[in-house]
Design a protein around this ligand. Structure first.
Ligand code: UD1
Ligand code: CA
Length: 491
């Protein structure tokens, strides 16, 4: 369905004072996407020309929108925040089509069906102005404008002006209006400033149309779809709704959630069928998870690609990284900054991989740091191995070629290349390239001092037992002066 002769205006200039952050609420995120982008993307998808009225922190709002919709949106400036009626008046120079769809910028749960239904009713009834209502008697809805209907009149009374009982008057104004351009042009100047709020209310247009016996139409929508976000409490409630919509969508597409209610899945995430998502997992902006993957409890994935059959076990952080088919990461691993874990590779506990590639079937299973490195295929990196990639000024690369075995507790001082099929003995500090098929050993030879251990544990004299320090064999050895210096004891 095309919404012919309609253009849209989104009101996004307000001060967001009820958020109490000093920052515009319109860039607060809901499921990873800024609040203002929900109505903007909805209206751009409906192929409507969109004008956004900006004012308070306009650069921030404009930047957020143009980052995603550089060509589809124009901006007008409301220099002073004098209310929604004043805001729409500021957009007058952009009105060209026959009907103007006006929407508050703070309603992220709105959907296309509501807009289409409003359009159908407005056109069918040839109304001057049509708007969306919802039903809510809850005190938490006390801030909404009340829709007061009588046999031959209709008006919206703003919360600040409303004297009646809000639990009796449960019909509220959603904040979406479709207005004939001619009606708007002829009546926008007649709005009066509210004596209480010192603002011009867009909602007074309803009474103006009603008093002139021009057609006013309403459609009703579910309250959850039209929630306006004025406070952090309302933001939280809206995010719960959006989150459960997203999770139910993926459930319908064959994704298995163990404890769905504490999982976070952002809006622009994709998940393949047969994938398991554990309790408390966070799949954040830009993440793509393939088919039959496991994302276990409390792992956080951001802007990463997890290919088919891969597993991210519990308590991992994976950001800006790729985990290829059937690879395994975790538990307790950190893979980030463009790292690639190739097919069937294994990254185990307490391993950090930064700006590195770990090749097919390679293993880094315990307590390691792999930074600025390229690890080939079928490599084993022993526990506690560290790539020393940084000298305080510059970063250097470590290259470990295919089929290399690095024993435990190696220190690989970059730049360094460990060539194919070579072997680095445990505990080595590797400073030079290792040739193909070589064994590198770079550690202090062991010396055994025969009998020295007895001196460390010699029987206590009565005096030494009285001496607190001397009760510890370590200090006793020093006091007894049996050893000439530290280098001899190795302490
Ligand atoms: C508004 C409606 C209310 C409705 C509710 C639905 C008015 C007067 N009241 O109240 O009837 O029930 O929405 O959520 O419209 N804005 C500007 N310039 C301004 C003031 C606001 O652009 O000078 C923008 C805000 O950024 C916001 C939108 O207009 O996106 C609505 O303003 P807000 O202050 O949130 O209105 P409500 O008090 O919620
Ligand atoms: Ca609002």
């Amino acid at each position: 369905m095309t919404l012919k002769s309609v253009q849209a205006v989104i009101l996004a200039a307000g001060k967001s004072s009820r958020f109490k952050t000093g920052k515009t609420k319109l860039v607060e995120k809901i499921c990873g996407q800024e609040m203002i982008l929900y109505p903007v993307s909805l209206l751009v998808d409906l192929k409507l020309p969109v004008t956004v009225v900006v004012g308070f922190q306009k650069e921030l709002v404009e930047k957020t929108i143009t980052r995603q919709f550089s060509h589809d949106v124009t901006f007008v400036h409301q220099t002073e925040q004098l209310g929604t009626g004043h805001a729409i008046a500021c957009s007058q120079s952009t009105w060209t089509r026959d009907h103007i769809l006006i929407m508050n910028g703070d309603m992220p749960l709105i959907n296309a069906d509501i807009v289409k239904k409003l359009y159908e009713r407005h056109i069918q009834k040839d109304a001057a102005i049509s708007f969306v209502t919802a039903h809510n008697c809850d005190p938490s809805a006390a801030g909404y404008g009340r829709v007061i209907k009588a046999s031959d009149s209709i008006e919206i009374i703003e919360a600040k002006e409303f004297k009646g009982d809000t639990s009796e008057s449960c019909c509220i104004n959603a904040g979406i209006y479709l207005v004939k351009r001619t009606f708007l042009e002829e009546n926008i100047q007649d709005l009066q400033q509210s004596a209480i709020a010192q603002e011009w209310y867009i909602t007074d247009l309803i009474k103006i149309a009603s008093d002139k016996k021009l057609g006013v139409e309403t459609i009703s929508a579910s309250f959850d779809c039209i929630r306006g976000i004025n406070t952090f409490k309302e933001l939280w409630a809206a995010e719960q709704i959006k989150k459960s919509e997203i999770i139910q969508h993926w459930m319908d597409h064959g994704v298995h959630f163990s404890i769905a209610h504490n999982v976070q899945i952002d809006l622009n995430v994709t998940i393949g069928t047969g994938t398991f998502i554990g309790s408390g997992a966070h799949l954040l902006t830009g993440t793509k998870v393939g088919k039959n993957c496991t994302i276990d409890a409390f792992s956080i994935l951001k802007n990463s690609v997890i290919k088919d059959g891969a597993s991210v076990l519990s308590h991992c952080v994976v950001s800006n990284a790729t985990i290829e088919e059937s690879a395994e990461v975790g538990p307790f691993a950190h893979v980030h900054e463009k790292s690639i874990i190739q097919e069937k590779a294994v990254i185990g506990n307490f391993v950090e991989v930064k700006k590195s590639t770990v090749g097919q079937e390679s293993k880094v299973k315990h307590l390691s740091y792999i930074g600025d490195a390229k690890i080939g295929k079928r490599v084993n990196i022993g526990a506690g191995t560290i790539t020393c990639n940084y000298n305080g000024t510059d970063k250097f690369k470590t290259i470990v070629e295919d089929d290399v075995f690095i024993g435990s507790n190696n220190t690989l001082i970059a730049p360094v290349t460990i060539k194919k099929h070579s072997f680095c003995a445990a505990g080595s500090t590797i400073t030079k390239d290792v040739p193909e098929h070589a064994l590198a050993i770079a550690r202090e030879r062991q010396t055994n001092k025969e009998g020295y251990a007895r001196n460390l544990r010699k029987p206590k004299t009565a005096k030494e037992s009285d001496d607190k320090e001397a009760t510890q064999p370590f200090f006793a050895a020093f006091k007894s002066n049996d050893f000439k210096n530290n280098s001899e004891t190795g302490i």
